[in-house]
Design a protein around this ligand. Structure first.
Ligand code: PHE
Length: 350
């Protein structure tokens, strides 16, 4: 073998390299030149037949070529490989339609809460939330519902069995419970802030009611209250009128019926004209023509005293409404359990 032969081999190698365009061709090339019986190893074997000087020269050139091929393959192999896998993927799957991602949406109760809070926010109210596990004080005593008061039985309540480590802590002597209404957040907010206040409080409440089409042991309320130096019953009426018209339409009629709540005085239950029969009388309104929609009143002076406000300086109103009830009326839903069963056939309608 001479230098001339090697020049020829090198030319052929370069030409072949140029033509490699796939992983398979690269493998064939590698086998042909670097394989055990390949061109490079057989050239190396022939070196022993040469004169020492020529052997060294040619040996160096062969090694250089070998290194070049090794580097080339190391560089190109990963590129050709990804090309190969994407090619086989694209050929079989490129024309398949994609897998559609099903888009979820907000739960109808969440939507109604957002809609109601939105109306009040536009009137300048801020939204505050409170914990679902409450103290007996915030849920009852602070709201002017003393232990012996009959109203305390009215709210049948889930009391929590205190764990030993809580029982032993003196500052947590009080019983804890699942709040039976959102009114305890009145106490929390009034203790933490000073008037003027305009706040709405959405959240879950719990009562051990037997479950049926209109009762659930867990449901949602929105509390609202406003406190300042000159808040009057007429402010309550005005705010509720704006709210009810925004939710049920400008045509809706509204009436206040005297009622009793320990934490408001005077108190009222607020009805709207039946949105199903427009006041004619139907099964939804039990032929009364009116639907009870929320409880409200002027915050009791004792509640102000309990939070450290001067009842001679401040007045305020409060109201509380059931979100499920409003959602059921708005969307003509006749069973509260539908909201909590997670049946997609129901939920997808919203
Ligand atoms: N907390 C009362 C309830 O759950 C509703 C209410 C709130 C009434 C605020 C008056 C004022 O029934």
């Amino acid at each position: 073998m001479s230098d001339f032969d090697f020049d020829q081999i090198q030319k052929t190698v370069e030409a072949e390299l140029e033509r490699i365009t796939s992983f398979q061709q690269l493998q064939v090339f590698q086998h042909k030149y670097l394989g055990r019986k390949g061109v490079i190893p057989s050239l190396t074997r022939q070196l022993s037949k040469l004169e020492p000087v020529q052997r060294r020269q040619l040996g160096q050139r062969i090694n250089a070529l070998k290194q070049r091929l090794i580097n080339y393959i190391a560089e190109k192999e990963p590129l050709f490989k990804t090309q190969a896998s994407s090619q086989s993927f694209s050929l079989s799957e490129l024309s398949l339609p994609g897998i559609a991602q099903e888009l979820g949406h907000l739960h109808p109760i969440t939507r109604v809460i957002e809609e109601i809070c939105g109306v009040f926010m536009r009137m300048g109210f801020s939204v505050v939330e409170g914990p679902e596990i409450e103290t007996e004080y915030n849920n009852f005593t602070g709201l002017n519902i003393p232990l012996e008061h009959p109203a305390r039985d009215v709210f049948d309540t889930f009391y929590l069995e205190p764990r030993a480590w809580i029982r032993d802590r003196k500052e947590l002597k009080e019983r804890l419970l699942l709040r039976s209404h959102t009114s305890p957040v009145q106490i929390r907010v009034m203790r933490a802030r000073k008037p003027p206040l305009a706040v709405v409080v959405p959240g879950r409440v719990y009562r051990p009611d037997a479950v049926d089409a209109s009762h659930s042991f867990m449901f949602h309320q929105i509390e609202g209250f406003m406190v300042d130096e000159d808040i009057r019953f007429s402010d309550l009426k005005g705010v509720l009128e704006v709210f009810l018209k925004a939710i049920f339409g400008q045509e809706i009629s509204m009436r206040f019926r005297p009622h009793f709540f320990p934490f408001t005085e005077p108190s009222a239950e607020v009805d709207i004209g039946c949105i199903i029969c427009k006041g004619e009388g139907c099964s939804v309104c039990s032929r009364k023509g009116w639907l009870e929609i929320l409880g409200a009143g002027m915050i009791h002076p004792n509640v102000f005293k309990n939070v450290g406000y001067d009842p001679n300086k401040y007045t305020g109103f409060a109201f509380g409404l059931g979100v499920e009830r409003i959602a059921m009326l708005k969307y003509s839903i006749n069973d509260i359990r539908l909201f909590f069963e997670n049946d997609l056939r129901f939920l997808k309608q919203f």
